[in-house]
Design a protein around this ligand. Structure first.
Ligand code: PEP
Ligand code: MG
Length: 909
């Protein structure tokens, strides 16, 4: 058998890998290979596969190095051949970069090392070869800094401390009285290298390695290790990226953006990642290396002239100053710009999606270092897919699959109220890094953002610049504000990926981490003060600002129409009020899949009548109270049926344990006693009587209706009467009455009899009839197992996967918060089964219930109304088992519509 290939070479417009080998080569490696194949200039290199990362985790350093040594040596030889230089050779040295690259892009989460292969000897040789001493020493100090951090582990000691290397740089700048890194001369850079190495030795006890091969192996292993750093782990969890994938390692010949004023580096997007607009855009820096652009240390310049002008307005820079100090690439290097513009078009046409590119210019020659499908906001995602469809570049199915259902959520979020924003005070202006409207209290540290958010506070994370360590804080914040950094800074890219509002590079803000304050415009704001951000304009406002619902026409409307064209399953909503029903209908709900009647009993005087019913000693007492409830319920149903006219509405009979409604506090018990003309002690006794050890498995659902049939009778009457009242007004209601928590056929039958007898009575009284259905929730495992029996009677099934999950796992819905997070952390469970349907276990019951039900009633209508009905992977599962519809909360309706269409498309492929 042939040896497993572990290293894939590329360079000189040929490659051993290609774009569809992402699983093996990681996204970056696969695309580097592909760019070679389509003739884009890429520095030569090789990719060590993701499988080697897994082998490394199993076998350890020594064994894995042995496994790949000869292939890595061959890869280096190939680079040397193409570049005409030699790795580690002082006279004619070849330097390399070492970068991570997982299957799914994880921007900034893992490590990178540039300029590898330098030591004192090589430095001398490179100076002789290039005649550019400053460039060589600048490269060397960057290498020692990166390697010292990533491989040797010299990092800030605590969150308030600055990076130890940056601290040394700041000292030298102070000693030399200069402001910018670029103002440091060769001697300063030499001094920096000496001090860096000393710091490494004193903090780690180890000498900085001089042998380029030692450096290379150290870097490769460090990149593998970075797969398991905290931020990468957290990012994977957030984005559902499997732990076992591992990262590939890309080793590539260095090209230098810091070789002088005809060199530079930049990042670009083929379309706007924030809005989706079809405009080429990006940022670059002259005489700089890659990390400078994304790290937000220097103010980057724009690539296109148009972008540069837009930027100048936002940054308050006059046209003259813009042209001289911050010209666009289009103006400063027109030839390179032209080539880059052609390449960006070529790449977008090739990948048929918006690309995020990294490039370097070395002495007037352009090199591409990376291309990938760019991260984007929800709005940009929808617009780009609809535009590409219209441009004829992708078909309808591809356009639908390009949209991530959960990201639609961002589009449904509120925007600032126009009149409130007019009155608001603008504090500062930064770059519109990621759109949205955010209002919250200032916090300065990621962990504090988490603590505040956990207590229910809305926070805005304010940082000088963000690093990947801030990810957790960004995740819980309403928005992110940074004092430094451009549109492609880490904060901006990550925030757009998360759909989180972000304003970056608000230069007028001065942040003091120690005092936890920010100074702006002569004002000092402290931790806990309220500010608002507009991520679409870059404005930062004082105080809170009111928000309103967004407009959902345009591209969003087109996408939804397209979804309906390709879907088989339709989407209903879970709604208990006419208002929710309206919202959901606006989002395209085709009916109500679950109206929980109990929610109606909490408001105002209703709770009193409800309590009276529960506390009554006997049936006549209960009937007396139910009489008061009947008109209230009927009016509620009329409102809901009217909002959902011509569409089916599934109304579920009372479900929760009765003790949820009774007064537990002294004061309320007293009031209730007065109301009912009995003593407080009698009330108290009754409340105690209702106590249950395990209420979720106790006296609830149809068990209530079977012990107190008058409750079901009253509810059935309210439903039928409401529908008939509307019929009189010419409004068509389509009620479907649903029995909760059925476990046996007999339980169901007794309830059905009550409903049908009541309906017949009403029909007789009114001398008219309407159509209605009677069906059941399937949420007790026994109901799924005996679904063929239950379907003899039930006209529809609705899977209550909240209870079904609770009862299948035996995890209490109310108590699982105590252990589920630990279970997920330890990998015992991959997801919270109350959020993402457990297809392997609970799913079997759903599938079996559907099949068995339809075995006796082939046209049985089947849906789901547990929380899973709005979760994309669960929706796909529901499609696969042949459900007719899913039902979810109003704001998830568009998400479910898209997920249902995608399920149908995936099945047809
Ligand atoms: C369910 O159990 O899935 C369900 C929808 O009912 P509830 O959440 O009201 O118990
Ligand atoms: Mg339930």
């Amino acid at each position: 058998m042939a040896e497993t290939k572990r290293v894939y070479k590329f360079g000189n417009k040929t490659a051993e890998g290609k774009a569809d080998m992402k699983n093996l080569l990681g996204g970056k490696g696969a695309n580097l290979a592909e760019m070679n194949r389509i003739g884009v200039p890429v520095p030569p290199g090789f990719t060590i596969t993701t499988e080697v990362c897994t082998e490394y985790n199993q076998l350890g350093v020594d064994k894995v190095i042995k496994l790949i040594t000869s292939e890595v040596e061959d890869g280096i030889a190939n680079i040397e051949k193409i570049m005409g230089s030699k790795f580690g050779d002082a006279a004619n040295p070849c330097l390399v970069s070492v970068r991570s690259g997982a299957r799914a892009s994880m921007p900034g989460m893992m490590d990178t090392i540039l300029n590898l292969g330098l030591n004192e000897e090589v430095v001398k040789g490179l100076v002789r070869k290039t005649g550019n001493e400053r460039f060589v020493w600048d490269s060397y100090r960057r290498f020692v800094q990166m390697y010292g951090d990533v491989v040797m582990g010299l990092k800030p000691a605590s969150k308030e401390d600055i990076d130890p290397f940056e601290e040394i740089i700041d000292h030298i700048k102070e000693e030399k009285k200069v402001v910018n890194d670029t103002d440091l001369d060769v001697d300063d850079l030499k001094e920096l290298v000496t001090r860096f190495k000393k710091a490494v030795k004193s903090k780690t006890g180890k000498d900085f390695p001089t042998d380029p091969w030692d450096q290379l192996w150290g870097a490769i292993i460090a990149v593998f290790d970075s797969w398991n750093n905290d931020r990468a782990k957290f990012y994977r969890k957030l984005n559902n990226i499997p732990e076992e994938w591992g990262t590939a390692v890309n080793v590539q010949a260095m090209v230098f953006g810091n070789m002088g004023n005809t060199s530079g580096t930049g990042v670009a997007f083929t379309r706007d990642a924030g809005t989706g607009e079809d405009i080429f855009n990006g940022e670059y820096l002259i005489n700089a290396q890659g990390e400078d652009v994304v790290a937000g240390i220097r103010t980057p310049q724009q690539i296109t002239k148009e972008g540069s002008k837009r930027w100048a307005i936002l940054a308050n820079v006059k046209e003259e100053e813009r042209k001289t100090k911050y010209p666009s690439l289009e103006e400063s290097m027109p030839l390179i710009y032209k080539e880059l513009n052609e390449i960006q078009q070529k790449l977008e046409d090739h990948y048929k999606d918006m690309q995020d590119l990294e490039f370097t210019m070395q002495e007037g020659k352009l090199w591409l270092l990376q291309t990938r499908n760019g991260k984007r906001t929800g709005a940009a995602m929808v617009k780009i897919s609809m535009d590409l469809l219209q441009e004829g570049k992708i078909d309808e199915k591809t356009a639908l699959l390009r949209n991530e259902p959960n990201k639609l959520d961002e589009l449904l979020h509120p925007v600032f109220d126009k009149s409130a924003i007019k009155k608001a005070k603008v504090l500062a202006k930064g770059l519109p890094a990621s759109p949205g409207a955010a209002t919250g209290q200032i916090v300065f540290f990621a962990d504090e953002a988490e603590e505040w958010a956990q207590k229910g506070n809305k926070v805005i994370l304010v940082r000088i610049e963000t690093s990947p360590e801030d990810l957790r804080g960004m995740n819980v914040a309403q928005g992110i504000l940074t004092a430094r950094g451009g549109m492609t800074s880490h904060a901006a890219v990550v925030a757009r990926g998360m759909g989180k509002c972000c304003v970056s590079g608000a230069g007028s803000i001065r942040i003091d981490y120690k005092k936890k304050t920010m100074d702006v415009d002569g004002r000092t704001l402290k931790e806990g003060d309220w500010i608002s951000l507009n991520g679409s304009t870059g404005e930062v406002y004082l105080d809170r600002i009111a928000t309103v619902d967004p407009d959902l026409s345009g591209d969003f409307g087109k996408l939804m129409e397209l979804a309906d064209k390709h879907t088989r399953m339709y989407v209903r909503t879970n709604a208990d009020t006419p208002k929710d029903a309206h919202v959901a209908r606006g989002f395209g709900a085709k009916g109500i899949g679950l109206c929980r009647t109990e929610h109606m009993f909490f408001e105002g005087d209703r709770i009193k009548a409800m309590r009276e019913m529960i506390l009554a000693e006997d049936e006549p007492g209960r009937r007396k109270a139910l009489k008061k409830l009947l008109p209230i319920q009927r009016a509620d149903f009329e409102g809901i049926f009217e909002a959902m006219h011509d569409l089916p509405v599934t109304v579920r009979l009372l479900d929760p344990p009765l003790h949820e409604f009774v007064p537990h506090e002294d004061e309320n018990q007293q009031e209730m006693a007065k109301e009912m003309g009995i003593t407080k002690e009698q009330i108290k006794r009754k409340v105690d009587d209702l106590h249950e050890f395990n209420p979720m498995l106790g006296h609830r659902g149809c068990r209530l209706g079977n012990t107190y049939p008058e409750i079901s009778e009253t509810q059935a009457r309210a439903i039928i009467e409401a529908a008939m009242n509307l019929k009189k007004k010419g409004i068509r209601a389509i009620p479907e009455i649903m029995i909760p928590l059925t476990g046996t056929l007999k339980e169901y039958q007794l309830q059905e009899e009550i409903i049908r007898q009541t309906a017949e009575k009403v029909f007789e009284e009114r001398k008219d009839r309407i159509d209605y259905l009677v069906g059941t929730m399937i949420e007790v495992p026994r109901a799924a197992l005996t679904a063929d029996k239950i379907a003899e009677k039930a006209e529809f099934f609705s899977f209550g996967t909240n209870d079904l999950t609770q009862m299948t796992f035996g995890y209490s819905r109310d108590d699982s918060g105590k252990f589920l997070p630990v279970y997920i952390d330890k990998g015992i469970l991959k997801h919270d089964p109350f959020q993402i349907l457990d297809q392997e276990g609970v799913g079997q019951l759903v599938e079996m219930g559907t099949k068995r039900g339809r075995s006796v009633r082939p046209k049985l209508k089947v849906g789901i109304c547990g929380e899973h009905g709005g979760e994309p992977s669960s929706v796909e599962f529901c499609h696969r088992v042949g459900m007719d519809y899913v039902s979810c909360s109003p704001y998830r309706v568009p998400i479910a519509r898209l997920a249902a269409a995608q399920a149908a498309i995936k099945e047809s492929k």
